[in-house]
Design a protein around this ligand. Structure first.
Ligand code: PEP
Length: 244
């Protein structure tokens, strides 16, 4: 269960979140938990979660280790800050910051080289779904951004299926729609990396996951977890999702 805080919260607000959240998930042993705050809050999140089962992640990274790349943050920097995870290719990055499948691949390789665990996002836009192109878009994103990884690298990633029309809109994919897309992705994985990898890959669903719809989504065997935006900003709300 991963929380994507997007561009919300200060270091003090991060600490306050963890003070409340950690008590609420103290008994949660059934899943891994990660919070992905803005870069400037990673230190506060790592300090606040030290010694707990809650991991910390970044929301992006650049693929060079260092250099004259003003405004960018590298994998080794994120790793040295104590984070374990990194979200890659979120639709907001694709939509507003020119992220492409090719850069998703570069970032994923860089994350793995730095010892970070990538959560690689894919998902179709509304017009693509309405044009019946969902499966084709997922295949394009998988083939361009993920499939060039070798099998050892692939085994270390998590995929997040996030239909763009469901992100931050309050409009969730039905559990069946999400499961259908997860099956498509699992099929692509099996075709490229074999049936064992297809069964083993963890695929998170993301898109307006809330305390009141998480149970139905998680009842689908295809859905291994959730990547949660808005509902991860409040401790009680994200804890209730984790404890579904
Ligand atoms: C996200 O940011 O990855 C996301 C799924 O957002 P939300 O839960 O707010 O739709």
């Amino acid at each position: 269960m991963a929380g994507n805080w997007k561009m919300y919260k200060t270091p003090a607000e991060t600490k306050a979140f963890f003070d409340a959240f950690l008590q609420l998930v103290a008994e949660a042993k059934h899943c891994e938990i990660a919070i992905c705050p803005p870069f400037v809050n990673i230190h506060a999140a790592v300090e606040a979660s030290r010694g707990t089962r809650v991991g910390v992640g970044a929301q992006n990274l650049y693929w060079k280790n260092e250099g004259a790349f003003t405004g960018e943050v590298s994998g080794p920097m994120i790793k040295a800050s104590g984070a374990a995870w990194v979200i890659i290719g979120h639709s907001e990055r694709r939509q507003y910051f020119g992220e492409t499948d090719a850069t998703v691949l570069e970032r994923t390789k860089a994350a793995l080289a730095a010892g970070l665990k990538p959560i690689v996002c894919v998902g179709e836009r509304l017009e693509e779904r309405e044009a019946g192109r969902t499966d084709a878009v997922l295949a394009e994103q998988f083939n361009g951004g993920i499939a060039p990884l070798d099998a050892d690298a692939f085994a270390k990633i998590v995929i997040a299926y996030e239909p763009v029309w469901a992100i931050g809109t309050g409009r969730t994919a039905t559990p069946e729609m999400a499961a259908d897309a997860h099956r498509v992705l699992r099929g692509l994985v099996s075709a490229k990396y074999g049936a064992v990898a297809g069964a083993a890959i963890r695929i998170l669903y993301g898109g307006s996951v809330k305390p009141d719809n998480v149970k139905g989504l998680m009842a689908q065997p295809e859905i291994d977890g959730a990547l949660v935006g808005g509902a991860s900003l409040e401790a009680a709300s994200f804890a209730s999702i984790v404890n579904f």
